[in-house]
Every structure is written in C-alpha cells, then in structure tokens.
Design a protein around this ligand. Structure first.
Ligand SMILES: [Zn+2]
Length: 445
C-alpha cells in the first residue's frame, strides 16, 4: 500500500479512504461507534450518566442512528461547570495531551486526548490537507498558534503524517513570516484568514509580491469568513483559499474541510456524526433546513462529547460532492449564534457586514463594528478602510463611496448604520483571531 501511494501520481492519501466509503457501510460504522461511545460515556462520565438516568435512558436504547435524537445535549457551559477534568472518560494515566481554549470570561475549557485520540486527530487532519489538495512535497508554513490552542499542534501533526514539510512558525512576527515564506519556497500556509490578510498587506509594504511566490494554497479556519473575503484573498494572494472546520471541544481543527470544489465543508462522518437542530428548541430539523450543527464525537475516548451543540448555524446536505467523497456536507459556516449581535432588536452577524463591505469597490478587507448606546438606543458604526487611491482622491470619491456603503449595509442588516471611512492601516491588525466587534453598550447603561 505504502509503495503504491508513494508512486501514485495523483494526490490520494490512504488516510482519506474513509471519505469514499459507501453510505450504508458508513452508517453501519457510525452506529457501532455511537453505541460504543455512549456506553463509554455512561460508564465514566457522571454528568452524562445523570442526564441519561433523568431521561430513563440507558446505553442499550441506541438501536439505530435515529435514536441519537433521544440523547441529551452537551453544551459549552458543561465544560466550564466541570472544569477542569470533570468530563474525562479516561483515567489520567491514559491521557497524553491536554489543550485549553482561552475563555473570554473566567476559566478556560480543558480538553483531553489519549494516544488513540491523537492518532485520530492526525488522520482527520491528513484528510483535511488532502482534501485541500496538499500532498507529500508541499512545504507548509503553520502559522496557527502553538500552545494550549488546538490549531497549531493539530495542523502540525496532520501535515507531518501527510508527508509534507512542516515549518512550525506559529503566529506573530509578520516580517519573519514573509521572509520564511519567500526563502523556504512555502507552497501552503495554515492560519486564520484575517492573519493572512495581515501578511499580504505587510508583504506589499516590503516589496514582496506573494502572487509571484510558490505559495498556492491557504488552509484557513478558526474564525468565520465570507465568500467575498475568499475572493479577495484568492486574487490578492494568487492562491486557492480553503475553509476548514473544527472546534476545540470536539477535537480542534479536523471536523471537516472543503475540497477542490471550494464549496461546502465535508464532515468526517466516521468520527463526527452531524445533526441539525432548531437553535431555540433543540428539536432535530428536516433535511436541508438551516439550523444549529450538533456533533457527537464517535471516536473520542478521553473526552466523548455526545451531541455537542456547536452554536454554528448551517445546513446539512446529504447529496454527495461531485469530487467523489461520499461524506455529507454542510454549508460554509459564516455565522455562529455566539457572534450574533442584537441591535435595536434586529439580529446582525458580523459576516453579513463583511460581505456587504467587500462587495463594494474601493474598500479594503479591514473593518470593525462599534456598538454604542445613546439615550437608550443602540447605535452601530462600521469603520472600514478604503484603498489609498480612494482616500487620496478628491472628496467626491469618498462621498460617493460613503453613500454606496451606507445604502448597502442598510439593505443587508436592515437597520441604519453609521459608516466611517478610514485611511489604510487605521484598524489594528489581527495576530490570530480578528476582533471585529467592539461592543461598548454595557458601559453607558
Ligand atoms: Zn468534495
């Protein structure tokens, strides 16, 4: 097998085999794994057992995949409430790695991996990279943060197992990133889309044309980004920009990835069984409706998350991808219910603002949303950088752009938005996840 892979001219990695399993076989595997993981969680995780008992359920109740709907949900608060190790199903001597996500408030959430979990994580990351067209011989600049954050090490081991050359540069130090990208002949980069924008901009200042470098692919995740942002990145960077999906609670990066079709995230269903539920009621929704993505981990031993509510809003598509993978797909996730802003009673997602901004000529993909409250009324201001050409042009160009943007935003979000056009480089650049929203409304209550 190994010899075949090494000689194969096409970019198929054996780890990707589960992506192509016939659906009935996949379902058989999912059911067996679901039964196994439910038994494991029931035996070892007190919170899960208690919730099952309250519902009068025991692990034998899972006889078909549809029975998953009977199981209790797990939510982010469960991780905080049982901090640090309360959801572990493995004894500490079997746990070989801990990661933690930085909570914006209070304690972080802690996640654990056995050696087997790490192997699964590597394999789903291999499949992620393979789906993005990466292969042995690629030189991968891994600019995800290394450390407690799952992005860095998750991508690192996956790229190594793929057989690519990994540069574990982590985040930060933009000038060094550009030097390495250029001098080492980097062909693929992993980071947040906003950090890549930052790199592109700095490269231009340094006189480096990224489009002329061997870089051909960006594997972007860890923050929601829009289709307009993808178009911008692809043109400005001369690369294919792939969206990947994951979250620390589930595994880290590696829950799903786009393929060469650059549309839809294929969920690695043998490891994560996707469901869509109504975000308000938690009821399962019929096929192809938009709702909250729920992911039970089918193969995570140290910390099984059964029916984990991701807060990500998307649609599940059963029809397989034309690329030949049989996995179910979800629509690109550009909205997290956690990101939803309620402004004068209207629901607004930052990604809607992004799409509207980038659709208008003359803007740069650097923006910030500032929310204030004046006389009890919410005010939304969008600050966006404009191109140097527009900025240095006569006042007329700025005024026209201002008018166009105000109208576009008003139509998109449905409320009046104050637009402020600012000079290039005014808005603080992202060193990881971009800070798009500054909500000052609680301050003047
Ligand atoms: Zn595909």
């Amino acid at each position: 097998m190994k010899a075949n892979w090494e000689d194969a001219p096409e970019r198929f990695h054996p780890a990707s085999a589960p992506d192509y399993v016939p659906v009935p076989l996949m379902q058989e595997l999912q059911l067996a794994r679901l039964q196994c993981i439910v038994r494991r969680a029931y035996a070892h995780v007190a919170l899960f057992r208690q919730r099952m008992d309250e519902r009068g359920l025991d692990p034998d109740a899972i006889k078909t995949l549809e029975d998953v709907a009977q199981l209790p949900f797990m939510v982010k608060a469960d991780l905080r409430d049982t901090y640090p190790f309360g959801l572990f199903a493995s004894p500490m001597h079997e746990v070989v790695r801990l990661h933690a996500s930085s909570g914006t408030t209070g304690k972080p959430i802690v996640v654990a991996y056995t050696q087997q979990d790490l192997d699964v994580w590597s394999s789903v990351m291999v499949r992620t990279f393979a789906a993005c067209g990466l292969t042995r011989g690629d030189i991968v600049q891994n600019a995800y943060g290394y450390g407690l954050f799952t992005g860095g090490l998750g991508a690192h081991y996956g790229a190594e197992v793929l057989g690519a050359t990994v540069i574990p540069i982590s985040g930060g130090n933009v000038d060094r990133q550009i030097m390495v990208m250029k001098d080492f002949g980097v062909t693929a980069i992993c980071c947040t889309p906003s950090y890549f924008l930052h790199l592109l901009e700095r490269a231009t200042e340094l006189g480096v044309d990224v489009r002329a470098l061997p870089l051909r692919a960006g594997v972007f995740g860890a923050e929601p980004w829009s289709e307009s942002m993808r178009r911008h990145i692809q043109t400005a960077g001369g690369i294919q920009a792939y969206d990947i999906y994951g979250l620390s609670e589930i595994i880290g990066p590696g829950a799903g990835a786009e393929c060469c079709r650059l549309a839809w995230l294929q969920i690695f269903e043998d490891c994560f069984y996707p469901e869509i539920v109504d975000p308000e009621t938690g009821r399962p929704l019929p096929a192809e409706s938009e709702g909250e993505l729920v992911l039970p981990t089918l193969s995570k031993h140290a910390m099984p998350m059964i029916r984990y509510r991701t807060r990500d809003i998307t649609t599940l598509i059963a029809e397989p991808c034309p690329c030949g993978r049989t996995l179910r797909r979800v629509n690109r996730i550009s909205r997290r219910s956690d990101d939803m802003l309620i402004i004068r009673g209207v629901n607004v997602f930052p990604s809607q603002v992004e799409s509207a901004l980038l659709a208008v000529e003359g803007t740069l993909p650097h923006y910030q949303i500032i929310l204030t409250r004046e006389k009890g009324l919410d005010e939304m201001e969008v600050q966006v950088e404009v191109t140097p050409e527009v900025f240095s042009d006569r006042v007329g160009a700025l005024e026209t752009l201002h008018h166009t943007l105000a109208r576009a935003l008003n139509q998109t979000v449905g409320i009046r938005v104050n637009v402020r056009l600012v000079a290039p480089h005014t808005i603080t650049r992202s060193e990881g996840k971009a800070r798009r929203v500054i909500d000052q409304r609680t301050l003047d209550r």
